[in-house]
Design a protein around this ligand. Structure first.
Ligand code: ADP
Ligand code: MN
Length: 541
């Protein structure tokens, strides 16, 4: 179909009585349809194969427990509608507030339009005892009856008229009518029934009981309000992520967002209260929700290397960038699971969907644990921290088969006397061509930090590198030596194979990850940067 009807409409159709010439319809050849069908079938076969191989691998099984299944977009429609409504309500209220302040200006006498607000911000909690000087209300018949009572002057009572006794603010009839009025003022969600048309009176006891229930109800609602408001935390993430979070509040996965822990270049970390998964698994009470930034703008670092590469100019669309970041999030999840299984101190993962990773928050009674760089440690504590970090680098390499690749006092948290290790999206296996470079850099960061802190007998980076890898040669030589060259060649050959062949018995993640590495590497080379410089830039946070 032609997407621009105006251009293609022949002049004759511009008059309703003119002769209509049919525009030529585009045809699709049978071979095209067939090849598309074939591609779909092949894809499905591959996926089936992967799924089968998945079931036999315990690690993949474990990973699968945390990854949310793909859902259809329709499910989001309700959430989108709700968010639009919320946005609409918010704008409506802002409009009301603007009108109010325009009317009032600097005048001492002000008009309040609070009754017209829809977001429930104006819920009045004041008790009924102190309501004598409340604003006038005039919306129901029994209210009119109340108004028929003489107004009570400052002295607190009115003089008897026509044989009636003194009327004070404690007059039973009056108080009961007032109670009825106030019940009518409970938030609209609270079912009070219709009090119009008769002289309704409520005793204090009934009123208090209703008030108590209304408050409980309101508490529940304001909790829900909290969830949907997300206040400033919400501003930190993009609309797609917001929809996802709302959905999680709705289905109980999360109970509410408590605030922002950190906003970095590449991720926003929120503090949320964990709820329950659909299968009943309980999430940790305090969760850290890591939202990887997905837009090109925020990923300038990467964009820089990709934009200059002619091969990716068209290919590296926004969509591709999103996919790569989702892979990055999945990589962090996998690395965390591997670390946990190796007995290392890292956050337990809880859930992953697209670019949002939910994990346990490392925290003490005061909140999220501080970074090692921000705490003041006693000599003894410093020494404990050092021992733990050295143990970690060794354990990470020898037990988890990983190199952190961004290890520093910024990515170590200090919690109740222990070091916890985070931010492992970039961690790589020792077979990665850059592995030794990264490991050596990690060692240098650690040794420098503890030496700077004044700890005696800190290992040299070379010595630490040797202890971790078990290689006795000079590490610098190690990094550059022939073995590594060989590894690089093998790695590149692997990549080439992966790029041109259907991977056999590989989970798609590995395949996709290799490909994204390849793309990244190629773009870095195109930008004329060594992998080291790029990694340093990309991981410095
Ligand atoms: P990045 O450095 O890429 O922005 P990190 O994973 O390092 O992302 O998280 C940034 C900061 O958020 C950390 O330095 C830490 O202070 C905090 N943080 C991240 N994850 C957790 C967690 N699980 N528990 C407590 N704090 C966390
Ligand atoms: Mn970090």
């Amino acid at each position: 179909m032609d997407s621009n009807p105006e251009k293609s409409t022949p002049p004759s159709t511009q008059s309703p009585w003119g002769k209509v010439t049919q525009p030529a319809t585009a045809t699709t050849s049978l071979t095209e349809i067939m090849s598309e069908q074939l591609a779909t079938d092949l894809h499905k076969k591959e996926v089936d194969k992967y799924t089968k191989s998945l079931l036999s691998d315990p690690f993949e099984k474990e990973v699968a427990c945390y990854i949310a299944p793909e859902t259809s977009d329709c499910e989001n429609d309700l959430m989108i509608a709700r968010m639009l409504q919320m946005q609409f309500d918010k704008e409506h209220d802002e409009g009301i507030k603007r009108t109010e302040s325009k009317w009032n200006g600097t005048s001492k006498v002000t008009v309040s339009l609070d009754n017209f607000l829809v977001s429930g911000e104006n819920d009045d909690d004041s008790d009924y005892e102190d309501d004598m000087d409340d604003r006038k209300r005039h919306w129901d018949t029994f209210e009119a009856s109340e108004a028929a009572f003489p107004t009570i002057p400052k002295c607190g009572y009115t003089k008897p008229t026509e044989g009636k006794g003194i009327v004070t603010k404690h007059d039973i009839t009056m108080a009961n009518r007032r109670n009825a009025c106030r019940v009518m003022e409970f938030p609209p969600e609270f079912q009070t029934g219709d009090g119009g048309g008769f002289d309704m009176r409520l005793s204090n006891q009934v009123f208090n009981s209703l008030k108590r229930h209304s408050k409980i109800d309101q508490g529940r609602r304001s909790k829900m309000h909290d969830k949907s408001e997300l206040s400033t935390s919400e501003q930190a993430v993009d609309p797609q992520t917001r929809i996802m979070l709302h959905k999680w509040f709705d289905n109980g996965l999360l109970e509410g967002v408590r605030g922002i822990i950190s906003t970095g270049k590449e991720a926003v970390i929120l503090h949320a209260e964990g709820g329950k998964k659909e299968d009943g698994t309980q999430l940790p009470k305090n969760c850290a929700v890591k939202v990887f930034k997905t837009t090109m703008n925020e990923f300038k670092e990467r964009d820089k290397y990709i934009r200059n590469d002619y091969r990716f100019r068209d290919k590296f669309t926004k969509q591709n960038c999103r996919k790569m970041i989702e892979l990055w999030a999945e990589k962090e999840l996998r690395n965390l699971i591997r670390m946990k299984n190796a007995g290392l101190r890292c956050p337990a993962v809880a859930h992953l969907k697209k670019h949002v990773l939910v994990m346990e928050m490392i925290s003490d009674s005061r909140g999220p644990a501080p970074k090692l760089k921000d705490v003041v440690l006693s000599d003894a504590e410093l020494s404990v921290a050092y021992e733990q970090v050295i143990e970690f680098v060794k354990g990470m390499y020898q037990k988890a088969g990983l190199i952190h690749a961004d290890l520093s006092e910024y990515n170590i948290l200090w919690c109740e006397g222990d070091c916890w290790f985070i931010d492992v999206g970039q961690a790589v296996e020792p077979r990665h061509p850059g592995a030794r470079t990264f490991l050596y850099r990690d060692c240098t960061n650690i040794c420098t930090f503890f030496r700077r802190k004044g700890l005696p007998n800190v290992l040299s980076p070379d010595e630490l590198f040797k202890q971790v890898t078990g290689l006795n040669d000079d590490p610098k030589k190690c990094i550059e030596d022939a073995v590594l060259e060989q590894q690089i060649k093998e790695f590149e050959r692997d990549e080439e194979l992966l790029a041109h062949q259907e991977p056999r018995n590989h989970y798609p993640f590995e395949h996709c990850w290799q490909k994204s590495l390849e793309e990244n590497k190629a773009s870095k080379e195109a930008a004329g940067l060594s992998s080291h410089t790029v990694e340093v830039e990309a991981t410095k946070t």
